[in-house]
Ligand binder design. Structure first.
Ligand code: FAD
Length: 295
């Protein structure tokens, strides 16, 4: 099938893009990498009357690294994250997660913002954004700028808080301070590059005696959005991770999810997978934090 007819506008500034979005009042869509939108249009699951191309807006491609946070423009390509020389030390969880996002070819075009706004429940960047509790900045011509935390951004499968005439402009990722940090990103997919059947991400900080001083973790692909577990995480503070504890926490987390069944896996199998992946992620991130230096 081919896409339904549409107009095309190449935005030459953010205000031009926002003005055009406003003119079409919800019938237009921004196009970034096109790696999700174009297939959706080809299947006629999306039928925008106008595509507003934001690929020439350099203001949306900035990467600003500071000691305590990294600000990524919405149109930063996934490939540019993967090969950024300092990103691994600032945001090791993204560096691990990005390896699982599609293929080299899709990462060459796909953007961070496009992935977050598309909001596939299996998207690795969405899971990392929730685990690290990123701050997202949105802008529209009529309402100006507003910011949201990740927990308020993802509302359901392919459904976010982004309004029809709003653009995501940048995403601020907190950088944990103090060293002794470990991260892990685990995933199972039918083939390398496919969307995850289930995924788990975890970031842990420990004290010199191995007690957990900060932890955040989540699961992807097993509910309408990726899930994070602040209450379970709080219950781990001050504890040393053991295989039994990791299994117990992973079981509790997986039980809180409501995965669907499809041709690839039953709901029960997805829960089982999520539990196994999260157990592995908790143990591996914990071990990495023990091996890491204090800052
Ligand atoms: C073969 C294949 C395999 C893939 N595998 C994976 C995978 O394993 N994991 C994964 O996470 N993804 C995967 N993807 C999707 C890929 O990561 C896309 O890059 C991503 O989902 C969308 O990014 P994009 O820049 O291409 O956005 P686009 O396709 O251009 O846009 C997606 C949506 O976001 C909106 N949008 C884009 N930018 C903005 C903005 N700044 N403000 C507001 N709205 C905006 C668009 O209007 C559209 O609704 C795969 C894609 C393909 C084709």
């Amino acid at each position: 099938m081919k896409a339904a007819p549409f107009d095309y506008v190449r935005a030459d500034s953010l205000s031009h893009a926002l003005e055009t979005l406003n003119q079409f009042g919800g019938d237009a869509k921004l196009i970034a990498g096109g790696q999700s939108l174009v297939p959706m249009m080809a299947m006629r699951l999306a039928r925008p009357t106008c595509l507003i191309d934001i690929n020439r807006l350099n203001s949306l491609k900035d990467i600003q690294l500071q000691a305590h946070e990294v600000k990524l423009g919405a149109s930063v390509r996934q490939r540019d994250l993967e090969f950024h020389p300092q990103l691994n030390s600032h945001l090791p969880l993204i560096a691990k997660g990005i390896q699982w996002v599609g293929h080299e070819q899709t990462r060459n075009r796909g953007t961070v913002g496009g992935s977050l706004v598309h909001a596939d429940p299996s998207a690795e960047l969405a899971l990392a954004a929730l685990v690290l509790d990123v701050r997202l900045q949105l802008e529209s011509q009529t309402d100006g700028v507003r910011t949201l935390q990740a927990a308020d951004f993802f509302l359901g499968p392919m459904f976010t808080a982004v309004g029809e005439t709003e653009a995501l402009t940048d995403i601020t990722w907190p950088v944990w301070q103090g060293g002794r940090i470990g991260t892990a990103f685990e995933e199972t997919a039918i083939r390398k590059g496919d969307f995850a059947m289930a995924s788990a991400a975890c970031q842990i900080q420990t004290s010199a005696d191995g007690a957990i001083t900060k932890i955040s973790f989540g699961l992807g692909g097993i509910d309408g959005t990726p899930l994070v577990y602040p209450e379970l995480a709080a219950s781990l503070m001050g504890q040393n991770m053991t295989p039994e504890l990791a299994q117990h926490i992973a079981h509790a987390a997986a039980q809180q999810s409501q995965p669907g069944s499809d041709m690839h896996a039953s709901a029960e199998y997805r829960k089982h997978l999520a539990q196994a992946l999260l157990t592995r992620a908790l143990l591996s991130a914990y071990q990495e934090s023990l091996n890491a230096q204090a800052a």
